[in-house]
Design a protein around this ligand. Structure first.
Ligand SMILES: Nc1ncnc2c1ncn2[C@@H]1O[C@H](COP(=O)(O)OP(=O)(O)O)[C@@H](O)[C@H]1O
Ligand code: SF4
Ligand SMILES: [Mg+2]
Length: 386
């Protein structure tokens, strides 16, 4: 293969066949392991590092084994979700936010998508699970009931051919078989009321297409909260809605989270939403966490050049600018990641060590870390003080 072809990512049919054969070998071994029946719970039980957390992502690696190569969608992600708190995950499209949350639900597209390394500890009702090792069978007890998900586009998440009420009924009935149909319906109606839907009885009998986008998202929230989960994953929950409805839905989510005392993992590319909703922020770039901290830390003293760029590209009321800042360059090819800082080719603040390996995590405060050589000295000072 010529160098030019190699650079452009071109691969021959023969090469592609070779890759897919190798992929099948890797993925079938992992699938076999996961699909075992009656696995002893000791194989997937774990211990939380801090019992105040509901989830701890620890060096998570989730890859897609495709015919053109391995996509390292999540490549060593670590962060915690404390109980009762909202953690905002932010980063531009394709940086691995959704794949991180789908890994937690074991909903990554299989067999090509697989967790290949690391752990996801989940502090469940009946013990701590390492989701990375939990067999499919045991996930039934977690998904929907203990962790639920609200997606971006409610029209694709609701089934168009069933009435709205029936779909909420199904969620409730599936997890509590002792309820009579009348009790299930009563629960559904009270959930619809709780998410602020007027005329609940009417809406109960409607089809999804008869509702507006905001109403459909409220129904999705009712479904997600029906079983009082410990964690709600909201993946771009308001991106498809207009601004006023967006504010109402966020308000609702915040209010209900406090009511049932759960945590939220809020995924968005919108820093405004994070500022309003989150207690902690995790900034992702090309499958890795480049900065994390409390909302105050990240907004007041953004440290990674990527976070600084993101904040500069956000419009601010009362600040006159000719043009909004845009971060130059583009993200690296996920199949062929560089062995140096992934942001280097776009970074305007490089220092000499940036020519070396990927930067380590540097602790700026007990809750604030950044992965960037600019803070190497501060990290040393912080380490000396410990
Ligand atoms: N089913 C899939 N097959 C191959 N690659 C995928 C698949 N799903 C996601 N990816 C890749 O994983 C990376 C992260 O995607 P994603 O988590 O969806 O990003 P986002 O941050 O926008 O939510 C992207 O490079 C995407 O192309
Ligand atoms: S490590 Fe260097 S290249 Fe990477 S973000 Fe920091 S300053 Fe920029
Ligand atoms: Mg996404």
């Amino acid at each position: 293969m010529t160098n030019a072809k190699k650079k452009s990512g071109y691969i021959s049919a023969r090469e592609s066949r070779r890759i897919s054969k190798k992929n099948r070998k890797i993925t079938s071994a992992i699938e076999k392991q996961r699909n075992r029946k009656n696995v002893d719970p000791s194989e997937y039980s774990a211990t939380m590092r801090d019992s105040a957390n509901v989830v701890e992502f620890d060096n998570l690696h989730t890859y897609f084994f495709t015919d053109i190569g391995t996509v390292k969608a999540v490549d060593g992600v670590s962060f915690d979700i404390p109980r009762g708190k909202t953690v905002g995950v932010v980063g531009e499209s394709g940086c691995g936010k959704s794949v991180t949350s789908l890994s937690l639900m074991q909903l990554v597209q299989r067999p090509q998508g697989q967790i290949v390394k690391g752990s996801i500890r989940f502090n469940g009702e009946d013990g701590v699970y390492d989701i990375a090792k939990t067999p499919t069978q045991a996930m039934q007890n977690i998904r929907g009931k203990q962790i639920s998900m609200i997606f971006q586009e409610p029209m694709t998440s609701l089934n168009p051919v069933f009435r709205v009420g029936m779909q909420v009924d199904e969620v409730i009935a599936l997890h509590d078989s002792t309820l009579t149909p009348a009790q299930v319906k009563a629960r559904t109606i009270s959930m619809l009321e709780m998410v602020g839907i007027a005329n609940c009885e009417g809406v109960y009998r409607m089809y999804p297409h008869e509702l507006s986008g905001g109403m459909r998202q409220r129904v999705m929230i009712a479904m997600a909260l029906a079983l009082s989960p410990r964690l709600i994953i909201a993946d771009e929950p308001t991106t498809a809605l207009d601004v006023t409805i967006q504010a109402q839905i966020l308000d609702l989510l915040r209010h209900l989270k406090d009511k049932i005392n759960s945590s939220i993992m809020l995924i968005t590319h919108d820093l405004g939403v994070i500022a309003e909703m989150a207690d902690y922020v995790v900034v992702m770039y090309s499958g890795r966490v480049v900065e994390k901290g409390t909302v105050q830390e990240v907004f007041k003293t953004p440290s990674h050049p990527y976070t600084i760029g993101l904040l500069n590209s956000k419009p601010v009321v009362n600040r006159q600018v000719e043009r909004l800042y845009s971060i130059p360059g583009k993200v690296p090819n996920p199949i062929n990641m560089p062995d140096y800082c992934y942001f280097r080719d776009r970074c305007e603040l490089c220092v000499a060590p940036c020519a070396g390996a990927y930067p380590p995590d540097i602790q700026l405060s007990p809750t604030h870390t950044v992965s960037c050589y600019r803070y190497a000295d501060q990290g040393k000072e912080a380490a000396d003080h410990v």
